[in-house]
Design a protein around this ligand. Structure first.
Ligand code: FMN
Length: 215
């Protein structure tokens, strides 16, 4: 089983709730199945460029315009997405470690998604629909927020963007462990909320191994 870990949190682990969920998730995964292959992609070490006109032409114009073939310059502009897409397409499971920033995902993750969730990178797209080029069967979101923001809260713009963007790429199996209420100055139970989410991350790792036991 190949697991790709996309980390979009710049904080050191000891100060980061999402990263502590990730430690719990990956420790359990490795302990219960040492054969699992884990690829760590820290976006702060491998930052994605924002999509520019040339990259959009390279990725999207073959869908928009009949017969458009990306030029060398357009392909070069999409090099980050193509390279990351090759790694993404090898994964059976993708884990996103994500703090809530301004109610959504950090811009660095959104920029990575714009690069990788693109036609000819991780799926093909035409008038009949999209077909995956990847084999991802499960998406895991390890998140944290300062405020108490339950899923389906109208302030939550993080879960919807992950849910819909990855669903468009053909990935609909999403599981979430979320440490909310992490503003310790505001919530006296911030630590116990994190501890519950750490346990939930551990349980998610067990679920992944059980559900994908054929791999
Ligand atoms: C730039 C920034 C924006 C944030 N925006 C929100 C927000 O909109 N809602 C919220 O509940 N918490 C927000 N927070 C708090 C974080 O979600 C919280 O600290 C969480 O634990 C993030 O993970 P961390 O532990 O790695 O910092 C924000 C924090 C930062 C640094």
């Amino acid at each position: 089983m190949n697991v790709l870990h996309i980390c979009a949190d710049p904080m050191p682990t000891e100060e980061s709730a999402p990263k502590q969920l990730a430690v719990s998730f990956f420790r359990t995964l490795a302990e219960k199945n040492p054969e699992v292959e884990i690829t760590n992609m820290d976006l702060y070490e491998n930052p994605p460029p924002f999509l520019d006109y040339q990259a959009i032409r390279g990725f999207w114009f073959p869908v928009f315009i009949d017969g458009h073939k990306p030029t060398d310059d357009e392909q070069l502009a999409g090099a980050y997405g193509i390279e990351q897409g090759e790694i993404f397409n090898q994964a059976d499971v993708v884990v996103l470690t994500v703090p809530m920033w301004n109610y959504s995902v950090p811009a660095i993750l959104k920029a990575w998604m714009d690069q990788v969730l693109a036609p000819s990178v991780s799926f093909t797209m035409d008038k009949h629909g999209t077909r995956p080029l990847h084999k991802v069967r499960k998406l895991i979101l390890l998140a944290a927020s300062g405020d108490v923001i339950a899923q389906d809260d109208e302030r939550d713009a993080l879960t919807p963007v992950i849910t819909h963007a990855f669903a468009d790429a053909g990935i609909r199996d999403l599981s979430i462990a979320w440490a909310d209420g992490q503003y310790a100055f505001k919530y006296t139970d911030a630590e116990s909320r994190k501890a519950m989410a750490v346990d939930a991350a551990e349980e998610l790792a067990e679920e992944v191994l059980e559900e994908l036991s054929d791999l």
